[in-house]
Structures are given as C-alpha cells and as structure tokens.
Design a binder for this molecule. Structure first.
Ligand code: HEC
Ligand code: HEC
Length: 189
C-alpha cells in the first residue's frame, strides 16, 4: 500500500516536472505571449515608446517576416533587434509577423502638420502603394514615425542598411533635405 502510494506520488511528481518544463516552451510558441516582450518597445497599443522605433502593428506581413528573417541572418543589423531575434527560430518569427500584421495600424499619434507631397515622393508609389499603405512587395510608410523613417532612409543612403538592392540607390539619389521633407510628408499621412 505504502509502496503504491509512493509510486503514485512519484508519478505525479514526474508529471508535474514534465509540465513545468513543457510550459515555458508552449508559452514561447504562442506569438501573443512572446509579443509582450516586443511591446516593451513597439508599444502595447501599437504606438512605440520612442519615435526612433518603428510602428509594426498593421505593417505588411511579408515585410515584417522579411525584416525578422534578415535580423536573424544578419543581413540587416541592429544592436537591439539582433540578439532578440536570433533567439527565435524562423517558424516562430513567421507567427510573430502574422500576429503583428493582423493588428490595426495605430491612429496618428501627434498632431503632425500635413505637408504637401514632395515631387520626389511620386516614384515611391510604384512599390509602396498609391496611399503609401504598402503592398505585398513593399512596406507601409504612411504614418510611420518621422525619426525612424529619416534614420532608416539615411541608413540606406550611407550603406548601413543593405538588405535591399534598389532602396540604397533611390535614397542616394535624394539630398538630405529631400529625405527630410519626404519623411515629414509620410509621417503625417
Ligand atoms: C528594446 C527595444 C525593442 C524590443 C524589445 C523589440 N524591438 Fe523591434 N525594433 C527596435 C528598434 C530600435 C528597431 C529599429 C532597428 C533598426 O533601425 O534596424 C526595431 C525594428 C523592428 C522591426 C523592423 C521594422 C521596420 O519597419 O523595418 C521589426 C519587424 C521588429 N522590430 C519587430 C520586433 C519584434 C517582433 C519584437 C519582439 C520579439 C521586437 N521587435 C522587440 C526596438 C525593439
Ligand atoms: C522598386 C520598388 C521601390 C521603390 C520605387 C521605392 N521603394 Fe522603398 N522599399 C522597397 C522595398 C521592397 C523595401 C523593403 C526593403 C527590405 O527588404 O528591407 C523598401 C523599404 C523602404 C523603407 C524602409 C521602411 C521601414 O519600415 O523600414 C523606406 C523608408 C522606403 N522604402 C522609402 C522609400 C521612398 C521614400 C521611396 C521613393 C523616393 C521609395 N522607398 C521607393 C521598394 C521600393
């Protein structure tokens, strides 16, 4: 009887430990659980905590996955994002991309004054869409944070960001003033 009870306790204990070991794995495979970490910077309501951080809620799914993939492989480098993303495998990065793409792009955060469309922004629509809301082939730019937009456009222009063949050339063809006015225009959309 005692032996049977001890055996029972042992089996229960084994189940309990197995459950403890399995639980964190399951939690991490759930994109909603993992997304809490991302929310610390990208915002729990889709509004990033700092304007140097991009809005990712409602961004194009293909684009989100490509960027996560590129941070993972090192084709795009950022000291903050690289270690976070390298710890997650590609199938789970795909789940995170789909999770954030399904959210709603946050409403305009500040009263950014609308600006007239700079002539140099016309050619961008061919890929980024007529309203700059992105396509399956290129990211949404409308309403993105000004500081982030300008920083990433500059990083293409200076060969810091090289994970696309066309964008560095397009950004080098513009002056710093033109990049600023385009970033201003896009962020206010
Ligand atoms: C400590 C702050 C921080 C955390 C936490 C964080 N990010 Fe980021 N994220 C950033 C910054 C800063 C950038 C801009 C990096 C750059 O310029 O390459 C960025 C860029 C990105 C981009 C590129 C967006 C674009 O428009 O190109 C994606 C996608 C992204 N993060 C997703 C995530 C996901 C998913 C998580 C959670 C697993 C996460 N981030 C956690 C700070 C953070
Ligand atoms: C031939 C198609 C094409 C044209 C034209 C184009 N882009 Fe892009 N752009 C892309 C693609 C594709 C990406 C995603 C690159 C990657 O894989 O990281 C991108 C990325 C960007 C990003 C980074 C967005 C982010 O969230 O990090 C910005 C900003 C941008 N483009 C601005 C512009 C502007 C401004 C113009 C016009 C002057 C322009 N692009 C013209 C295809 C294009």
């Amino acid at each position: 009887m005692l032996k049977a009870l001890l055996g029972y306790a042992f089996v229960c204990g084994a189940f309990a430990s197995a459950a403890l070991i399995a639980a964190p794995t399951r939690a991490q495979d759930d994109p909603a659980a993992r997304a809490q970490l991302c929310g610390a910077c990208h915002g729990v309501d889709g509004k990033p905590v700092s304007a140097i951080m991009p809005i990712i809620w409602g961004q194009q799914s293909n684009y989100l996955y490509k960027e996560l993939h590129d941070y993972h492989s090192g084709q795009r480098y950022n000291a903050t994002m690289a270690p976070l993303v390298k710890a997650i495998d590609l199938p789970n990065l795909r789940k995170l991309a789909d999770y954030f793409a399904a959210k709603t792009w946050p409403a305009q955060q500040t009263n950014v004054a609308a600006a007239a469309a700079p002539p140099a922004a016309t050619m961008c629509k061919a890929c980024h869409g007529q309203n700059f809301e992105g396509t399956q082939a290129a990211p949404r730019l409308a309403g993105q944070n000004y500081d982030y937009l300008l920083a990433t456009m500059d990083s293409f222009a200076t060969d810091q960001r090289t994970n696309n063949l066309d964008m560095p050339g397009f950004m080098k063809a513009l002056t710093e003033d033109q990049r600023q006015s385009i970033a201003h225009y896009l962020s206010a959309l």
